[in-house]
Design a protein around this ligand. Sequence first.
Ligand SMILES: [Zn+2]
Length: 150
Amino acid sequence: MCLVTLVSFETRQRRRSKPSNELSLECHWEVLAALSLSFVDASWWRERLKTKAVQWTIGDRNGEAAKRLAWGDLENEWHHQHGKRWPTWQCAGCDALISGSQALNLPDGNRVHFEPIDCLIRFGKRWRGAACEALVAFGLEPPGLDGDQL
Ligand SMILES: [Zn+2]
């Protein structure tokens, strides 16, 4: 659950039990706290991208290649910290039961069907898409695609 959704949920819960004047002030502080945290997060991710891009330029790598590698690092970091975790009985690629099927245990704790390979591919697109979306929401700009990375 994202922070804004959480604040929204808690606000709705409190609305049921508090007089409206207390609710207004309390909600205001909660929203400010959520926005502050979001601003700190955004700043941290932007600085992290700059740092990683500089690190990847070491070794005579061009700026665009370094930025793509840095972006991949950030997607991994975001996923490690915030990415969705499926229950062990459920495939993170197709959402079906793993059941008695052979499964691939991934480093993030998720599991996918070993076959078909589509489950692993779909999961990769899922978590990278979620990470990319979160980073873009923080104001980061993903690197351009020029076909070299495919
Ligand atoms: Zn599957």
